[in-house]
Design a protein around this ligand. Structure first.
Ligand code: NDP
Length: 255
């Protein structure tokens, strides 16, 4: 098998939470491009269905949209069941769904803090718990968490402690899950982007220029720039990579 062949996911099934837009959408498109069947799991039913239809039209793969709120255990269980009924199993889970509140500790309510943790971190836990059970029964799989460089550095000048804590927790989550499930053939890694221009990024020119001044590459990433790394980590090309976090940030965290 050649090197490029080891990146292929022909006939495998990949779930991407928040796969309807932004980084998740780009990852879903990347996985479909190497022939994985893709499941889009997000809250907005119409947006999910549209993304799934577009991806199926562009790549010769099967897609499925399942309306899922990752804060609902019932939703996650039902989504996993529907995926197994449709495709027979789960090979890859990408825990990508994520939000943040752009406000300081003083202004952020406890409810807002908990909401972010519930989506970004506990949501990844819910999905991994139920998808992982399926993977264990089938001899293995891959879990890829979309974390952030914010797991390792403080964000500035904007404040978003809810987000930092959720992504910091995702590092410990990944370590523990990789360790606990290695014996079941499940690899668990984190992908940690820097600033990528999506709906998630809402900041003024001054803030954006502050970020740029910290970067080694003078341009911000697009969602499509994150997809190749996700494809690598999801594929057999990365069979020896587990319990790892890979930062992709244009050199931001070096400074
Ligand atoms: P977007 O705001 O563009 O997309 C967020 C996605 O998450 C949407 O698809 C949304 O769909 C979904 N989502 C939100 N809440 C839930 C929920 N409760 N259940 C299911 N799906 C949900 O964000 P990005 O593409 O920018 O971010 C994607 C991931 O990348 C996040 O984890 C983020 O933290 C991470 N990241 C982003 C960076 C950036 O600079 N943009 C940098 C580093 C990491 P819907 O609303 O329909 O549910």
């Amino acid at each position: 098998m050649g090197v490029l062949d080891s990146f292929r996911l022909d006939g495998r099934t990949a779930i991407v939470t928040g796969g309807n837009r932004g980084i998740g959408r780009a990852i879903a498109e990347g996985l479909a491009d190497v022939d994985a069947n893709v499941v889009i799991a997000n809250r907005d039913e119409d947006a999910g269905a549209e993304a799934a239809a577009d991806i199926a039209a562009d790549a010769d793969v099967e897609t499925l949209a399942v309306r899922t709120d990752v804060t609902s255990e019932a939703d996650v269980r039902a989504m996993v069941e529907e995926v197994v009924d449709t495709f027979g199993g789960i090979d890859v889970l990408v825990n990508n769904a994520g939000v943040t509140y752009h406000n300081s500790v003083a202004d952020k309510s406890v409810v807002e803090f908990q909401e972010t943790i519930d989506i970004n971190l506990t949501g990844a836990y819910r999905c991994s718990k139920y998808a992982g059970e399926v993977m264990k029964g089938d001899g293995g799989g891959v879990i890829l968490n979309v974390s952030s460089m914010s797991a390792f550095v403080a964000n500035y000048p904007q404040h978003q402690v809810d987000y930092q804590v959720s992504k910091g927790g995702m590092e410990a989550f990944k370590n523990q899950l990789a360790s606990e499930w290695a014996e079941h053939g499940i690899r668990v890694n984190n992908l940690n982007p820097g600033y990528v221009f999506t709906d998630n990024i809402v900041h003024g020119e001054e803030t954006v220029e502050t970020w740029r001044s910290e970067m080694l590459v003078d341009e911000f990433a697009r969602p499509a720039d994150i997809a190749p790394l996700a494809v690598y980590l999801a594929s057999d090309a990365a069979w020896y990579v587990t319990g790892e976090s890979v930062v992709i940030d244009g050199g931001y965290t070096v400074r």
